[in-house]
Design a protein around this ligand. Structure first.
Ligand code: 9MR
Length: 407
């Protein structure tokens, strides 16, 4: 069943055409045998085409790891990414999961971390009915960061996408049953932000106050936007500012196409927030390369436009699917070049103060567990490979930082 879904699931239009042709064949008057034969033949050809396309899309690929034979500059052993970034007053960060095996490497290479999951509502608010929180894992990660002189970014407070993980499921019932949805939502947001930001006050200097508010050109339809409209963003930032006036408050979003409709709509949203006096300090551009290679010239213009609104920028969740470079001569090298370009773009604009990588090694990455990417291997979106070898992505980032530091 799974393989059938893999082959046909995303080629739903093919399925629709085949079904239409077969239905036509079924109802076509039998006195036209030639036409009926053609209908049947066409559906067969489209079926075959769809199978071939499915196989091509999902057939696992392997690319040569030419980087294993290449010599790395000797300074790479003595000068880490963190050393280079510190010299530029720049953040180089990574998404952090509790994995002691990686902790010394992380402490050596990074001056910033973001908890990949442990600061999300689903992990913290363990008993929503009784407002019971469990901060133990998040506290552990923060203590590790502090002990190693790394900043921790807070990710994330208000996010309406996945009930249970990004907000408690109970809130849906609460909102549905409320006579004044806006007031009820405000109370939930306020209590949540006060408790969580309050717990980490003074120790987490930047928070993603709202995450992924957009769906295409509009607002993502969540319990937050459905009950308050765009105002839920304003409200969350005002509460956050009141709780910790020294914290940098970010709006974090994944933009697929900086020059396209979503990018334009997100800029317009930022402009409205600034005009309304919402206390927003910065914008997190996630930069997951999932379905396409991002246009770095467009990213450069985009960061400039955000800077012109008086806001800071950070690249907050950079990863790059290797398979996107499947047509290149050396996909690993092409992937590394893209990492380098993104870091360079950020380094070149004073509004952009850091880049965080969404994962350390290709051995564990979120794409390998999320359909349809998990079926399109290799994703290999990080800078160390499964055996912890440095990939061209590592060298690309190192070179970008090194060149910026020597200039
Ligand atoms: O990498 C994270 C994965 O382990 C979680 O299951 C998922 C849902 O909480 O979130 C992933 O991280 C996401 C981040 O929080 C927001 N932007 C998109 C990231 C990748 O999906």
């Amino acid at each position: 069943m799974k393989i059938i879904w893999q082959l046909f699931g995303v080629h739903i239009s093919f399925v629709a055409i085949i079904v239409t042709l077969l239905l036509a064949w079924l109802v076509w008057p039998r006195k036209y045998p030639q036409t009926r034969k053609r209908l049947l033949r066409s559906s067969g050809i489209i079926l075959l085409g769809s199978i071939l396309l499915g196989l091509n899309t999902y057939w696992p690929r392997e690319y040569d790891k030419n980087y294993l034979d290449q010599d790395l500059p000797a300074e790479i052993e003595t000068t880490s990414l963190k050393d280079l970034a510190d010299a530029r007053d720049f953040y180089i960060g990574v998404a952090l999961t509790p994995n002691p095996a990686h902790h010394s490497l992380i402490a050596k290479e990074f001056n910033s971390v973001t908890a990949e999951n442990h600061l999300k509502p689903g992990r913290l608010l363990v008993d929503a009915a009784n407002w019971k929180f469990d901060f133990s894992k998040a506290d552990e990660l923060l203590t590790f960061a502090e002990a190693n002189g790394m900043r921790m970014r807070g990710h994330t407070l208000i996010w309406g996408k996945f009930p249970g993980m990004t907000f408690p499921k109970q809130w849906i019932e609460q909102i549905n049953g409320a006579s004044d949805k806006k007031q009820t939502m405000e109370a939930l947001i306020k209590r949540y932000i006060e408790t969580v930001m309050g717990h980490f006050k003074g120790r987490i200097p930047a928070w993603d106050v709202v995450n992924e508010p957009m769906a295409g050109k509009g607002l993502y339809p969540s319990i937050f936007s459905n009950s308050m409209g765009e105002e839920y963003i304003d409200f969350s930032f005002h509460v956050a500012r009141e709780v910790d006036p020294d914290c940098s408050l970010f709006l974090n979003e994944q933009i697929q196409d900086y020059d396209g409709p979503q990018g334009t709509a997100f800029l317009a949203l930022l402009k409205r927030l600034v005009e309304r006096g919402v206390p927003i300090d910065g914008v997190g551009l996630q930069s997951h390369h999932i379905n396409r290679i991002h246009d770095t010239d467009a990213l450069e213009r985009y960061i400039r436009s955000i800077g012109q609104l008086g806001l800071k920028v950070e690249i907050t969740e950079l990863d790059v699917r290797l398979r996107l470079f499947g047509n290149e001569k050396d996909p690993y090298q092409a992937q590394g070049d893209q990492f380098k370009k993104i870091v360079e773009v950020c380094l070149n604009d004073p509004a952009c103060s850091g880049v965080t990588l969404w994962g350390l090694t290709d051995r564990n990455n979120w794409m390998d567990s999320v359909p349809p990417f998990k079926w399109k291997s290799p994703n290999a979106p990080n800078m160390f490979d499964e055996d912890m070898n440095r990939k061209p992505a590592y060298l690309g980032i190192w070179n970008a930082l090194n060149e910026a530091t020597s200039n």
